[in-house]
Design a protein around this ligand. Structure first.
Ligand SMILES: O=C1C[C@@H](O)[C@H](O)[C@@H](O)C1=O
Ligand SMILES: [Co+2]
Length: 297
């Protein structure tokens, strides 16, 4: 039985990927949205190739789909708070126009996410002064998001300065809980720290958005051994949809239910769409959700 407070979405990243725009370029917006309906999800996040709000809203309304949010790469440390706020204002306006709930923010200063560098050993680390600037800036952006009726949810991410549990702890301690919330991404924390429950249990009260991403242990070990970049790693199949990898989603889902989590759980699994058929994987994970998770609700 579906839990009424939880909305289930699936991200466009299985069809097209903003980090490598060439892959899946044949998948149009209409194709993606119709696949999402076929697979039984209620919405999605905005991909880089999505059109202006008026065009997008029409396609969404035709299919009774909603937008959860959209990724924002912040450069608070590199460019300063004022410049970041200027960019974020435009982002919030777009999100308000498409009736979204959250603004997904990830600080990309010094990030190796899109570079050809070993993502397992070459992540950046911020200095004390940089942490201070980042936290102050996020509080400002979070206040702005509130004014647009949105929640700023911070996305911890492989290859960035906010990747490990210790770094997420520091970010949570340094920011105002009224304005800065947390996005819990199972795949990123598992690949980073080898564990996905500690983060959830520790910061459940700050978590306002969830990405359910699975990982293939064997491929992950191989990527680490080979020293692959983030992009090479996901192209080799490090990530997959829930039900197909090594994460047991019944555990985080139970914690979310026990804490009366309300909001989105977005399935998100970047893979090469020419290898992993996006609709096939969306249907596979839908079956897993129905048979292993919703049974708990
Ligand atoms: O939420 C996400 C958005 C993507 O752009 C990112 O690279 C991916 O790994 C992710 O988790
Ligand atoms: Co994510």
């Amino acid at each position: 039985m579906e839990n009424q407070g939880i909305l289930w979405g699936i991200a466009p990243i299985g069809w097209r990927n903003d980090d490598i725009p060439e892959i899946g370029a044949e998948n149009t917006l209409q194709h993606l949205l119709s696949d999402i309906v076929v697979a039984g999800f209620q919405g999605t996040e905005v991909g880089g190739f999505f059109p202006e709000p008026k065009v997008l809203n029409k396609e969404l309304n035709l299919r009774n789909l909603k937008i959860a949010g959209k990724w924002f790469s912040s450069f608070i440390i590199r460019d300063g708070i004022e410049e970041a706020a200027h960019e974020f204002h435009k982002h919030c306006q777009y999100l308000q126009d498409v009736h979204a709930d959250v603004a997904v923010v990830s600080e990309q200063t010094y990030s190796v996410q899109g570079l050809e560098k070993n993502v397992f050993t070459k992540k950046p680390f911020f200095t004390d002064a940089e942490w201070e600037k980042l936290c102050k800036g996020l509080n400002e952006l979070g206040k702005m998001a509130e004014q647009f009726g949105l929640k700023l949810v911070y996305h911890h991410h492989m290859g960035t300065g906010v990747q490990t549990i210790a770094e997420i702890d520091r970010l949570m301690e340094g920011t105002d809980p009224k304005f800065v919330h947390l996005l819990y991404d199972t795949g990123h924390i598992y690949v980073s720290d080898g564990d996905y429950m500690t983060l959830l249990n520790k910061h459940i009260d700050r978590i306002k958005h969830v990405h359910f991403k699975d990982a293939r242990r064997k491929v992950l070990d191989e990527c680490k051994k080979e020293g692959r970049s983030f992009l090479q790693s996901f192209l080799s199949g490090m990530f997959t949809v829930p039900g197909d990898g090594c994460i047991d989603f019944t555990k985080p889902y139970k914690v979310l239910l026990d804490h009366n989590y309300t909001g989105w759980i977005v399935i998100e699994a970047e893979q090469d769409p020419s290898v992993a058929h996006p609709l096939e994987y969306a249907l596979m994970t839908r079956k897993y959700i129905d048979e292993k998770l919703l049974i708990q609700s």
